[in-house]
Design a protein around this ligand. Structure first.
Ligand SMILES: [Zn+2]
Length: 272
């Protein structure tokens, strides 16, 4: 599932191609993904010019010339692809095809159909209302902010970081990498962390997310950006999907455990 760095990479790859373009037609080829794709979406987008873009957590949107946002969430398998002119050959899972005035098209491809596309006001959207701070927001996502959750929950630190209400945009790949970076096992109880542990989690989160954006995300599960290019952060994973391979720090084999139906990876020597 695309996480914050992948969604940001998609946004950055598409922004220069779509800003200034006007949507001529929006072809909706399925009645719904996670939410219905209907007349309201078509009316909201057709004839509008894209004037900018935004992202919050795993949501991205194009700002339209009426200040509304054309939102996308990639769900499990969503992919946005910009394609030139005649070659706009759509496939089976291209559920949404936006054609621009003057040619070119934007396709939303989503085999597993957990994605989303709606038009909404970014300032008041319910999609974003309960979302926690952005991990790179140094004023909001602080050691004190995270440490306060120690009194509110006894959940595992991994579950806490995966919760979009606590911090926005993290998923299984990056939470595994963050916990390796700060030496904490995924199952460690939030309630038992020290303030220093919380500070380490916050700084590891910032470092990993900034680094992953710089390397244009992780191309696993076929992730590609808006123009079909792979990311490079998968080559920097230290634990994610490395079960049985030697830890890059101490050579101990990486272990995998299932927590909440998802695999967690950690080094039993480096993480406590
Ligand atoms: Zn190790």
């Amino acid at each position: 599932m695309p996480e914050l760095p992948e969604v940001e990479t998609i946004r950055r790859s598409l922004e220069p191609l779509v800003v200034g373009r006007t949507v001529a037609t929006l072809d909706l080829r399925t009645p719904r993904l996670r939410l219905p794709l209907g007349e309201e979406l078509r009316r909201g987008v057709e004839g509008r010019r894209i004037v900018g873009s935004g992202r919050r957590g795993k949501y991205l949107w194009f700002v339209l010339d009426d200040d509304r946002g054309w939102f996308f969430h990639m769900g499990m398998s969503g992919r946005l692809r910009f394609t030139g002119g005649v070659e706009a050959g759509e496939g089976l899972h291209d559920h949404l095809v936006a054609r621009f005035v003057g040619g070119d098209a934007l396709l939303f491809h989503d085999p597993r159909r957990f994605g989303l596309s709606v038009v909404d006001d970014p300032a008041t959207s319910r999609l974003l209302a309960t979302m926690g701070p952005e991990p790179l927001d140094e004023r909001e996502f602080t050691p004190g902010y995270l440490a306060a959750f120690r009194r509110r929950t006894s959940r595992a630190i991994k579950d806490v970081l995966m919760d979009q209400r606590v911090v926005a945009g993290l998923g299984n790949i990056y939470v595994n990498e963050i916990l390796f970076r700060c030496g904490l096992r995924p199952r460690r109880s939030m309630a038992r962390l020290t303030f220093g542990d919380c500070a380490a989690v916050v700084s590891a989160t910032r470092e990993i997310i900034a680094d992953a954006i710089e390397h244009r995300g992780s191309s696993i599960s076929d992730f590609l950006d808006g123009i079909g290019q792979r990311g490079g952060y998968q080559y920097r994973h230290r634990v994610y999907d490395r079960e049985g391979q030697p830890c890059t720090t101490c050579r101990t084999p990486i272990k995998a455990v299932v927590i909440g139906q998802r695999s967690s990876f950690y080094c039993p020597h480096c993480q406590r």
